[in-house]
Design a protein around this ligand. Structure first.
Ligand SMILES: *[C@@H]1O[C@H](CO)[C@@H](O)[C@H](O)[C@H]1NC(C)=O
Ligand SMILES: *[C@@H]1O[C@H](CO)[C@@H](O)[C@H](O)[C@H]1NC(C)=O
Ligand SMILES: *[C@@H]1O[C@H](CO)[C@@H](O)[C@H](O)[C@H]1NC(C)=O
Ligand SMILES: *[C@@H]1O[C@H](CO)[C@@H](O)[C@H](O)[C@H]1NC(C)=O
Length: 251
């Protein structure tokens, strides 16, 4: 899931989800690495190639802009290569989809918005690091990278990601992001979530580089209200691939 162009932001009313915990990680099997853009960690193991593919939900985020997007889905699939060079790039199709906040107008509330881009592995920075590039009408690029990944105590996979500030229409924005992404719209199971928060705080609690301390302490749950429960995975037609609706948005 990528940083999306800023829409009207709601006031930051939500409490930090990880307040009041101590530096005492309960699950020693969660290995949160430093973002390779800040400090390499050769002992960290990336997931297998295909592990990231399929349907996910960003369920916690440090970026307020995401809190105005409801029922967010993230779909990652391998790009079918047509040349030898493309095959070597191993690019991933990256589709984010969401609703706007509910208005009570059923027609408007059913609209699913999409944001389509390509992920290109960036092994020169580190393993499980991707150059994200919005396609066509969406002129946004940044790097995202996994900090941790695994299976929660309920058997659902999750990962923790870090994003560098995106360049939008050639202008560098200020926001780094940490997010927790899960196969389950409710997010990782409670014991695993507690362990992730604890481990993030213990690893980054006093770390000024890359805004890590600030981000780790400001993870908010994203909104899910069941509007997309019956049709969670969107089709991506030509208008979607072109990010056509974004062309009309103010930046
Ligand atoms: C975060 O970790 C620090 C130690 O790095 C600890 O002193 C503090 O209590 C923890 N804070 C929270 C909110 O868990
Ligand atoms: C409901 O939303 C649709 C789609 O945005 C719009 O065309 C319609 O006028 C709205 N209806 C009312 C009663 O506001
Ligand atoms: C990602 O790759 C594209 C194409 O090479 C490049 O234009 C863009 O600047 C890269 N993004 C970042 C954040 O470096
Ligand atoms: C939608 O699905 C989620 C996850 O399975 C569930 O927790 C939630 O209750 C469902 N909501 C509705 C309105 O069906």
């Amino acid at each position: 899931m990528k940083y999306l162009a800023a829409f009207a932001l709601w006031p930051a009313l939500l409490l930090a989800a990880n307040s009041g915990r101590s530096c005492n990680p309960r699950h020693s099997n969660i290995h949160v690495r430093y973002p390779p853009t800040v400090q390499p960690d050769p002992s960290w193991k990336a997931p297998p190639y295909a592990w990231l593919f399929g349907h996910w939900h960003p369920t916690y985020t440090s970026f307020e802009g995401y809190l105005n997007l409801w029922n967010i889905g993230a779909d990652l699939y391998p790009r079918w290569p047509t040349t030898h060079q493309e095959a070597e790039l191993r690019q991933t199709l990256d589709l984010t989809s969401y609703n706007m906040p509910p208005t009570g107008n059923a027609t408007a509330d059913a609209v699913v918005y999409t944001a389509f881009g390509l992920d290109t592995p960036a092994p020169e920075i580190g393993s499980a690091v991707f150059n994200f590039s919005g396609q066509n009408s969406w002129h946004l690029t940044n790097y995202y990278m996994l900090l941790a990944w695994g299976e929660d105590t309920a058997g659902d996979d999750y990962w923790v990601q870090y994003e560098t500030p995106p360049e939008i229409d050639g202008v560098l924005t200020p926001d780094y992001v940490i997010a927790i992404v899960s196969r389950n719209p409710n997010g990782p199971s409670r014991p695993t979530l507690d362990a992730i928060f604890d481990t993030l705080n213990c690893t980054f609690g006093n770390e000024p580089r890359g805004q890590l301390s600030k981000l780790a302490k400001n993870l908010h749950p994203t909104h899910f209200d069941g509007r997309r429960n019956q049709s969670d995975i969107p089709a991506c037609d030509e208008a979607c691939v072109q990010n056509a609706w974004m062309a009309a948005q103010p930046h």
